[in-house]
Design a protein around this ligand. Structure first.
Ligand SMILES: NC(=O)c1ccc[n+]([C@@H]2O[C@H](COP(=O)([O-])OP(=O)(O)OC[C@H]3O[C@@H](n4cnc5c(N)ncnc54)[C@H](O)[C@@H]3O)[C@@H](O)[C@H]2O)c1
Length: 250
């Protein structure tokens, strides 16, 4: 099937967690559509591999832990010396272990919320002023169907993603009088490395709830993110776009 093409010429995008999975696929489509892409990730080996595989002069990277505001802010200040940041994809995330809330390791619970929610806050906090100055921005926050429905044995992840949805609604309204759109997306399970963090039974339970009866393909996800990130999205903001194969109906 031919993919719809997007025009991202003269746009610079930061994609967090861009070294693999969803983030890397988004990076590829952005690059093919003319964007300059900067991937942020904490995994230097995966970053190096992806940079080598893609071999594209419009692609660069920073090793950044999105849960560390100082690191995020320092990196944004470096980038914005020479360029605006037009697009931000808050995609970095971890699921953490599969465990009931009352048995959940406390430090791990905080870490999962820190990366999924505070990571999204930190990147928006540091980058939005540049978008305001430029009166242009497209932000897509990668949440999850878990943030809408709540997944048993994944309380930290469900909370982190629900928080990212709330943040999207609030920030979208704060920026609605500018040419800046802030939206969230809520995918169901896709076969990326993140599934290795969960038990097989947990993944099977997630899949059994999806009326489409299969995993989401990364390319299907990328298509939705591309439209939300494009100049063509002039009206939708503060909204949550579902891509859960019918699991969530709101
Ligand atoms: N794959 C799925 O089934 C699924 C479903 C719903 C939502 N999501 C969400 O989609 C996003 C991408 O997931 P994926 O499936 O591509 O996972 P993935 O594990 O393949 O990729 C996530 C990337 O984020 C990076 N990362 C983790 N912590 C980070 C941090 N603190 N700072 C910077 N980078 C960090 C990792 O190194 C990795 O490269 C996540 O937010 C995830 O919660 C995934």
């Amino acid at each position: 099937m031919d993919k719809i093409s997007f025009n991202f010429k003269n746009k610079t995008a930061v994609i967090t967690g861009g070294a693999q999975g969803f983030g890397l696929d988004i990076a590829k489509r952005f690059l093919n559509s003319g964007a300059k892409v900067i991937i942020w990730d904490i995994d230097p080996k995966m970053v190096e591999k992806s940079l080598k595989d893609l071999n594209n002069s419009n692609l660069s990277s920073n090793i950044v832990d999105v849960s560390n505001y100082q690191e995020v802010d320092r990196t944004v200040k470096e980038i914005t010396k020479n360029s605006n940041i037009d697009i931000l994809i808050n995609n970095a995330g971890i699921t953490g272990p599969t465990a009931t809330l009352w048995e959940y390791d406390i430090e791990m619970w905080k870490k999962v919320v820190d990366i999924n929610l505070m990571g999204t806050f930190n990147c928006c906090r540091a980058i939005v002023p540049n978008m305001i100055k430029n009166n242009y921005g497209r932000i897509v926050n990668v949440a999850s169907v878990a943030g809408k429905d709540g997944n048993a044995n994944a309380s930290a992840y469900s909370v982190g993603k629900a928080g990212a949805i709330g943040l999207t609604k609030s920030l979208g309204k704060e920026l609605a009088d500018k040419n800046i759109a802030v939206n969230a997306v809520t995918p169901a399970g896709a076969k990326t490395r993140i599934l290795d963090q969960m038990t097989k039974e947990h993944v099977q339970r997630m899949l059994s709830k999806v009326p489409r009866g299969r995993f989401l393909e990364v390319e299907e996800f990328t298509s939705l993110v591309c439209w939300l990130s494009s100049e063509e999205n002039t009206f939708s903001t503060a909204a949550v776009f579902d891509i859960s194969g019918g699991r969530s109906t709101y």
